[in-house]
Design a protein around this ligand. Structure first.
Ligand code: NI
Length: 260
């Protein structure tokens, strides 16, 4: 099988649509896999609760198609404890998310995957994901997995890619804020145009500040936004931001796959 050919029976790079012999054949020439990581949490009064998972999964699919790298099912529940004051938020405690990510990585490593590229859509996942990588390395080594010496995990936050951040700053300036940002909402409008119907002008948001527990969060940020104006979001801008993210992460993934 050539390194760039999708198995005939499979219409995409989604692991969920592959068979185990196809995965086995893929591992013969590629040890990389992408894991989309999101969150299921409030995104202000006008943004979709699935924003972080929808965006991470879509960026992951685009990167997979460009890079010809298998992509695992999205982990749509993240660490969102501080958003639990808003209906619809579903959170994993840090220790739960850590265990989930560790076990996912170790499962993949058991089959021979050596490079796990986590495309993340939620800042609240970052500390826990990095801790999970440490536990995964240790577990893989303890189990004596053949892949353990070469196992590498990388956290790629699409919204922090320099090309994305610079464009968001150019488009929205201070109105970008830190949560329910117009840039992430714009990407959801690109992916699901019907979400535009939920947008409306909003009063000035609560300013960006610290994050503690969910009660304190709701008190500081009564409508869920942190310094952002999602009413500025458009699907056109979302497509631009999405393409920038897919391009930046595809390049980063190539370096990650080739690094020793
Ligand atoms: Ni978000």
């Amino acid at each position: 099988m050539s390194a760039t050919r999708i198995p005939l029976e499979s219409p995409s790079w989604r692991l969920q649509l592959w068979t185990w012999p196809e995965v086995e054949a893929y591992l013969g020439h590629n040890k990389g896999v992408i894991l989309p990581l999101g969150s299921t949490e409030q995104h202000g009064p006008t943004g979709a609760i699935g924003t972080d998972a929808l965006t991470a999964d879509a960026v992951a699919q685009a990167v997979a198609e460009r890079s010809h790298v298998l992509v695992a099912p999205p982990q749509a529940f993240g660490m969102a404890e501080h958003h639990l004051g808003f209906p619809g938020t579903v959170s994993l405690q840090p220790s739960t998310l850590l265990a989930v990510l560790r076990d996912v990585v170790v499962s993949l490593a058991r089959h021979g995957f050596e490079r796990v590229y986590v495309i993340n859509g939620h800042g609240g996942n970052m500390a826990t994901a990095r801790a999970a990588f440490i536990e995964a390395y240790d577990r893989a080594a303890s189990l004596g997995l053949a892949s353990a010496p070469r196992l590498r995990c990388k956290l790629a936050n699409w919204f922090l890619a320099p090309a994305v951040m610079a464009h968001a700053r150019h488009l929205y300036g201070e109105r970008e804020g830190q949560h329910a940002t117009p840039s992430e909402i714009a990407v959801t409008l690109h992916l699901h145009p019907g979400l535009a119907q939920k947008l409306r002008p909003l009063p000035d948001p609560a300013p960006v500040g610290p994050i503690h527990g969910w009660e304190d969060f709701r008190r500081r940020y009564p409508d869920g936004r942190m310094g952002s104006d999602p009413s500025l979001a458009t699907a056109v801008a979302g497509q631009d931001l999405f393409e920038r993210a897919a391009t930046a992460l595809s390049e980063d993934l190539q370096h990650f796959l080739q690094a020793p």
